[in-house]
Design a protein around this ligand. Structure first.
Ligand code: ZN
Length: 596
């Protein structure tokens, strides 16, 4: 039996709608991977949710005239709907403001604390005088003490590149409201990261299959592990379950700390909702494999910090200890990081107006064209510019001309001439060769998907499509009126390869895959889609929220070539992919920023 697979997907931050850069980092790759893993017989648990604590949520709530809870509710729903629209097959997409999440975060913290990996320290911290909240370093600006640049941030100067401490800035001011921050003595809890450096080093040295940039980046940081604050002066977050802390309204866990524990809490919530509260354990212990998907700005949290929390919980850092309430938990099998999708060479930016929101995109173009573009032309290994021209080209030439046309003409000809899947007779070498090419692609495409090489996987699958189109052009079934047996054999071969290619492309194009399954006379669910369910909080039934979930275990799509059934009736097919207006490639749709 294949090992269970945990797909742990980075948590989108709930301070606004997500753009196509976000979903090209964490969203589409994790779903393509999970769908493939399910198709090849693995039990998969794909979890995530919205990350809803921290200062930027409070800042955005003030801006929109909402409470933090209202703002989190608003964007939790917007984001869940967008991810559903893209067809991301989460087993559970939840949020960090649930009673379950609070309990799991506190439980994991207590294990770290008992094992000696948490220390209290007093430090000087910046506070907003008007709210009493911690003013994070990046919300403070002033004059750089090294080069004199006036726009330096509390954490670093973009002019001279030096790392800064906000207390050293001259003329410091809050970027939120311009006030002068107050520096006060404040006590915080710190995670003792240096005591995990040894264990992390040994573990990383066993991670040979990772993308080289992720591994190199992580190993470089190992030499410079310092204690890291896990609390903040803020009223919006998970309370610290220690005497002297839990009742302080302005002391909460730092948002990064609670968010990264979300992988575990979402797994626990999924299990509790499934009726078997221990069902999560199968995905967190040997021989389960755990794959974490994110953009490159998040690597450190997944390759070093989250593993440190797990090691500390397990009692496996330098100070030893005992496993906490969750027992011994597995470290990531692989951290799969994408680079950035950019626009005219820069990151998408809401403030500069250079942003394409998922919702707008889906409304005009639907999910599969975006999923395909991200998979085949996205930022898998390097920063990649999004251009409308490239998007239109991929959609028109690869999806509409190549794939859509192959499906359409094969089924149309069989429908018109036979009305059903035709009977093959006496196959030629060309028939056998094409069928073998499609069958063999299950190994090559599958191996690439297993290793998160999405571009290579999509290209290999499209190679089968290209070969089938060439086969039809060479064999010309439309000219075989005098030899219906040969015509039917050609059409049968083409339909078999359409069926195989449809399976190979299902992880990328699950919506069209369902339609093609039906167009080939299939019934029932080929590849299911996630749905939004309104649920009550498991620990506080007065709270309701939407979760994204689905039943994927009974999908018919399996990672294998299945012989098509001769005689199955075929209807006249409808076109799969509409060709887009090539002029859109110049400027994009009128709702979108102009990208050249
Ligand atoms: Zn400077």
């Amino acid at each position: 039996m294949s090992a269970p697979v945990l797909t742990a997907v980075a948590w989108p931050y709930a301070n606004g709608p997500r753009h196509i850069g976000h979903v090209s980092g964490f969203g589409v790759p994790s779903d393509v991977f999970s769908r493939y893993m399910r198709m090849s017989g693995h039990r998969v648990l794909m979890v995530s949710g919205t990350d809803e604590h921290g200062t930027p949520i409070s800042v955005q709530a003030d801006k929109e005239g909402l409470t933090t809870r209202q703002l989190a509710d608003k964007y939790n729903r917007v984001i869940a709907e967008d991810l559903q629209g893209l067809g991301l097959s989460y087993d559970l997409f939840t949020r960090t403001t649930t009673g379950n999440h609070y309990k799991v975060v506190q439980e994991l913290f207590l294990a770290l604390h008992r094992n000696g990996y948490v220390q209290a320290k007093t430090q000087m911290g910046a506070i907003s005088p008007s709210t009493g909240r911690t003013l994070p370093d990046r919300y403070i600006e002033g004059t750089c003490p090294i080069c004199g640049y006036d726009g330096a941030r509390g954490d670093q100067c973009d002019n001279c590149g030096n790392q800064l401490d906000p207390i050293d800035l001259k003329n410091p001011r809050s970027k939120i409201n311009g006030e002068v921050p107050k520096f006060v003595e404040t006590e915080h809890l710190f995670l003792d990261l240096p005591s995990f450096a040894g264990a992390l080093g040994s573990w990383l040295s066993t991670r040979t299959g990772w993308r080289p940039n992720v591994l190199r980046f992580s190993e470089n940081l190992l030499g410079d592990m310092r204690p890291r604050a896990i609390t903040r002066d803020i009223d919006w977050g998970v309370p610290v379950p220690l005497d002297g802390w839990r009742d302080q309204p302005m002391k909460k866990f730092y948002v990064w700390f609670d968010a990264v524990i979300g992988y575990l809490s979402a797994s626990v919530e999924w299990a509790r909702r499934s009726g078997d509260a221990d069902a999560w354990k199968e995905f967190w212990t040997d021989p389960a494999q755990a794959y974490y998907f994110m953009g490159k700005d998040n690597i450190v949290f997944h390759s070093l910090i989250w593993p440190s929390l797990l090691l500390g919980q397990n009692g496996e850092g330098d100070k030893g200890g005992q496993p906490g309430a969750f027992g011994k938990l597995s470290l990531p099998t692989e951290v799969v990081s994408s680079e950035f999708l950019t626009m005219s060479g820069s990151k998408f930016s809401t403030s500069r107006g250079t942003v394409i929101y998922v919702r707008d995109f889906l409304k005009q173009f639907g999910p599969d064209t975006l999923r395909y573009f991200i998979s085949v032309a996205g930022p898998e290994n390097q920063d990649t510019d999004f251009t409308w021209d490239e998007f239109i080209r991929r959609t028109n030439f690869e999806l509409a001309n190549e794939w859509g046309n192959l499906v359409n003409r094969s089924i149309s000809m069989a429908h018109k001439n036979v009305g059903a899947i035709p009977t093959p007779t006496a196959p030629t070498a060309a028939d056998a060769e094409l069928k073998a090419l499609a069958r063999n692609a299950f190994d090559t495409v599958g191996e690439n998907l297993r290793r998160s090489r999405f571009k290579a996987a999509a290209n290999e699958a499209m190679r089968v499509v290209g070969a089938a189109n060439k086969y039809l052009s060479d064999e010309e079934p439309w000219k075989r009126k005098d030899d219906p047996q040969r015509r039917d054999t050609i059409l049968h071969t083409a339909l078999q390869v359409v069926s195989d290619a449809n399976t190979l492309l299902t992880p990328f194009l699950p919506h069209s895959a369902q339609k093609i399954h039906e167009a080939l006379g299939g019934q029932g669910v080929w590849s299911s889609q996630p749905e939004i369910r309104e649920v009550a909080d498991l620990d506080d039934p007065s709270l309701q929220y939407p979760v994204l979930t689905g039943d994927y275990a009974n999908d018919q799509a399996k990672w294998e070539s299945v012989d098509i059934e001769v005689g199955r009736p075929l209807d006249k097919p409808s076109p799969l992919f509409a060709k887009l207006d090539a002029e859109l490639g110049e400027t994009g749709p009128d709702w979108a920023p102009i990208v050249k």
